[in-house]
Design a protein around this ligand. Structure first.
Ligand code: SF4
Length: 194
């Protein structure tokens, strides 16, 4: 199956219809030239409305970590985004988003990744992406997995989610923005500038 065919099938997917609090709207942004793949959790409400991944304050923080402005983030062919689930799962009573529907990765992830042969670095943004990609190599918690980020190079970089909800986490773990984020900017610079 070609990448175009997989993307067409994903965009037409309605497998979670009736289980989501809204009609499915799959959001995925990759190309055959994708070299850095950003794998987050699932689109949030604002991304559900715009159809543009990380089109929110989380995206602003992620772009700062990557050293990219919006034009490069959305316009450079080497930068791609494919979350663990492609549709917004809805908001829970506490104001956070529900977990990504597990069905999505089971249906689509392996066949999508098979059509992205140029990916050299995958950003594992949050625990769901880390568990799926690292399996038994993930540590006992998201924090411990991210703390061991050097162990997963050069193919994977585990990261916290850039959500405002993790601002306290970032303050308690300053090594991430002091050490891992500069490394990330260096890798991105090699891809975007090279
Ligand atoms: S979340 Fe994934 S599996 Fe569910 S409807 Fe959207 S694209 Fe399909």
């Amino acid at each position: 199956m070609s990448l175009d065919a997989v993307l067409a099938d994903i965009r037409a997917c309605r497998a979670c219809a009736g289980e989501l609090p809204h009609a499915p709207r799959p959001v995925v942004r990759v190309s055959a030239e994708t070299r850095v793949l950003i794998c987050g959790q699932a689109p949030g409400r604002r991304v559900h409305q715009s159809g543009l991944p990380f089109d929110d304050p989380s995206g602003d923080r992620l772009r700062a970590w990557m050293g990219l402005d919006r034009a490069a983030f959305y316009g450079h062919p080497a930068i791609g985004v494919a979350a663990m689930a492609f549709c917004f799962p809805g908001t829970d009573p506490k104001g956070g988003d529900y977990p990504p529907p597990a069905r999505c990765a089971g249906l689509w992830r392996a066949q999508l990744l098979a059509e992205l042969p140029k990916v050299e670095l995958t950003l594992l943004v949050g625990g769901y992406a880390q568990a799926w990609a690292l399996g038994d190599l993930a540590k006992g918690s998201m924090t411990e997995t991210v703390r061991a980020w050097r162990d997963y190079l050069p193919a994977f970089l585990p990261m916290p989610h850039p959500s405002w909800r993790n601002t306290g986490w970032l303050k308690r773990h300053p090594w991430f923005e002091a050490e891992a984020a500069p490394y990330l900017r260096g890798r991105i610079g090699l891809v975007v500038g090279g």
